[in-house]
Write a protein that binds this ligand. Sequence first.
Ligand code: 6PG
Length: 243
Amino acid sequence: MKLRVFDSAAELFQAAAEEFASRAARAVRERGRFCVALSGGSTPRGLFNLLAGGAFPIPWNETSLFWGDERHVPPDSPESNYRMTQETLLSKVSIPANNIFRVPAEAPNAETVAQKYEQTLQAFFGLKLGEIPRFDLTLNGLGPDGHTASLFPGTVALDENVRLVAAPWVEKFKSYRITLTFPVFNHAACVLFLVTGKEKAPALRAIYAGNQSDYPAGRIRLGNGDLLWFADRAAADGLRSSA
Ligand code: 6PG
C-alpha cells in the first residue's frame, strides 16, 4: 500500500489527474485501449472536474469507462453515480458513447442487474468462464465505515470470490447496491484510492495498520499491480507519505 499525503484536496486531485493521464497513455501505447472502473460518491467530482477542463491529455477515443459500483436507481436519479459522472465529466469530453458502460441499475431486480453487468464485462474483456477482467485502473473511495465501492461491512458481497459483480442488500440504506467484487479489484493493474476529509481518518489509520477484517477497503490487495492511496492531510491525520 503506497500512501501519498497531500496538503490539500486540490493538490490531491491534481496528482490523481496526472496519474490518470499517465496510465491512460501507457495503456493505449501498450494495449491500444485504457479500461477504467470509476468510483461514485462525492470525492471523485474534484478529479472529474479537472479531467473535464482539458488540461490533461486523455485519449478518450481509446478509453472505456465502467463503474466500480452503482446505487439501485435510474440514471437520472440524484443518487446515481452515472448521473454524477455524466454531469461532471462525460457531458464535457469527447468520449464515444459506445465506450461508456454504465450499470443498468434502473431494472427492478438488482440481482438481474448484477448478472447483466457481469455479462457486459465478460463480453468486453473477452473472458472465458472463471476468468477475471484486468482493469488498467480502478478509482476507489473510502467510507467512514471502511467500505469501498459497495463492499460494505457485514454484507454478503464481502465473501464473493467467484462472481465479478454482486448485488448486496445494504441495511443502512435499506437498498440494494451493485458492485464489482474483490476478485476484480485485486486483479487490476492499479487501484487508486482517493480519500479526503477527517471523517475518513480512523478507517484509513486502521487500514494502514493492516486491519483487513473490520474495514473492507483493507482487503484490496493486488496480486500484480499498484495499490495507491492518495489522502489529504485531514484524512491522513498524521500519517506520512510512504511513496
Ligand atoms: C458510492 C461509492 C462509495 C464511495 C464512498 C465514499 O457509490 O457511494 O462508490 O464507495 O466511494 O462512500 O464516498 P464519498 O466520496 O462521498 O465520501
